[in-house]
Ligand binder design. Structure first.
Ligand SMILES: Cc1ncc(COP(=O)(O)O)c(C=O)c1O
Length: 411
């Protein structure tokens, strides 16, 4: 039998290389994207403990089936595509008229947002990338610290930032949390991922006022708005004056389990203008038409079913299920004496481990309980000392994970 020849590092160096230089902005990204890194560590753990029942309360992937009323509409659409009458090819890049109208009336009723200000997409993350393409490389941005990693990573890729500064764990030219007059674009997520906290009406009013005085644009991520229990705004457009300074992006991913189906939307009000008076919506439309060919027609049929009365009811049940999981996780950590945030208005529980490194706690929990969580510092330096526990999981797994947490931390 011939031996398997693995290339030595030297041979790798002499491998054929193209003449194309690497995008220097992508090279700035330090340790790779957080979620693949977690997946890598999980795989390593499973190799080490092949018999362990690993429970994932980490990346925040949905686990519960999509309600029948929604999948049956998608199945019907899929079958119709096999008929002459039901076939359709490319659709409008901005999404189907009926779905745009339905999103406007369901989520922005009485807020003055109309159908042609809604751009249907293949998800909020994809829209965040397209928005960054619209803004280009000559803007600076501010993010909440900690925040959903895509905002920072895409800003780096677009060349809006300087190099990564290892000592402070920040990229140069990004404002982490503090919003100063130099910032053009402010990414703001409420209820926030990873902390699970929601901004109050007063806080959002202040944010809108700040953006207006400063001439900034807020990109408001409302991917978890339907999880809100408190009387906080579900949309930035509930705040007077927000249409002149804000864009809102959202998604069906965490409402209906569409993480794999892919469907979201972005609202770009007509009143939102660049400094030269040009409408932001026109440039966004241009980017959508250039980089994207419209959301899948099957997903859009699913989206319409989500917003029919039966679909809305079914979505609320799915959300209620995850909210109950969150409640169980909150109760568990509180009973163990931890200070816990979130869980009430979002499917994330943010647990404080004062004085400890997030990655150390993440590793300790994985090693001793076989439960995957998320290290808070992966979401920004402000997340150090915290771990995010996701409420996306089957109930029996959440209960089992909580039992294991109790065994580990019950003193
Ligand atoms: C705050 C936030 N925004 C956007 C997304 C991405 O959503 P989508 O699946 O629609 O791309 C997520 C997904 O976890 C998220 O947490």
């Amino acid at each position: 039998m011939l031996p398997i020849l693995l290339p030595t590092p030297q041979e790798e160096n002499t491998a054929y290389k193209t003449q194309v230089s690497r995008n220097a902005n992508i090279a700035k990204l330090e340790a790779g994207y957080l979620f693949p890194e977690i997946a890598r560590r999980r795989a390593e753990h499973s190799q080490k403990y092949p018999d362990a029942q690993v429970i994932s309360l980490g990346t925040g992937n949905t686990t519960e089936p999509i309600p029948e009323v929604i999948t049956s509409a998608m199945a019907k659409k899929a079958h119709a595509l096999s008929t002459l009458e039901g076939y359709s090819g490319y659709g409008a890049e901005q999404g189907e008229k009926l779905l745009r109208a339905s999103i406007a009336s369901t989520f922005y009723d009485n807020l003055g947002i109309v159908e042609d200000e809604i751009f249907v997409s293949d998800g909020a993350k994809c829209d965040i990338s397209r928005l960054q393409v619209v803004f280009g490389s000559n803007v600076t941005m501010a993010v909440q610290d900690p925040s959903y990693p895509a905002y920072v990573d895409l800003s780096v890729i677009m060349g809006q930032t300087g190099q990564y500064q290892k000592d402070v764990e920040k990229f140069r030219n990004i404002e982490y949390m503090r919003c100063t007059p130099e910032n053009d674009i402010i990414f703001f997520c409420s209820p926030n991922n990873p902390t699970g906290s929601a901004a109050t009406r007063e806080q959002l009013t202040q944010l809108v006022q700040f953006a207006k005085e400063n001439g900034s644009i807020i990109v408001y991520d409302s991917a978890y708005a339907m999880y809100m229990s408190d009387d906080n705004p579900r949309s930035i457009f509930e705040i007077p004056g927000a249409k002149e300074i804000a864009i809102e992006t959202s998604s069906f991913s965490k409402y209906a389990g569409f993480t794999g189906v892919r469907l979201g939307w972005t609202v770009v009000p007509k009143q939102l203008l660049f400094s030269d008076g040009f409408p932001v919506a026109k440039d966004f439309n241009r980017i959508v038409c250039t980089c994207f060919n419209g959301a899948s027609n099957i997903s859009q049929a699913g989206g319409l079913a989500c917003l029919a009365p039966t679909g809305l009811k079914a979505m609320r049940e799915v959300i209620g299920y995850y909210k109950k999981n969150a409640e169980i996780i909150v109760e568990t950590f509180e009973s163990l004496g931890f200070k816990v945030y979130g869980g009430k208005n979002a499917p994330f529980v943010w647990v404080h481990f004062p004085g400890r490194s997030s990655w150390d706690v993440f590793s300790e929990i994985l090693e001793k309980t076989h439960v995957v969580t998320m290290p808070g510092s992966g979401f920004g330096p402000g997340g150090e000392g915290f771990v995010r526990v996701s409420a996306f999981g089957h109930r029996k797994n959440v209960l089992e994970a909580c039992e294991r947490f109790k065994q580990l931390y019950n003193i």
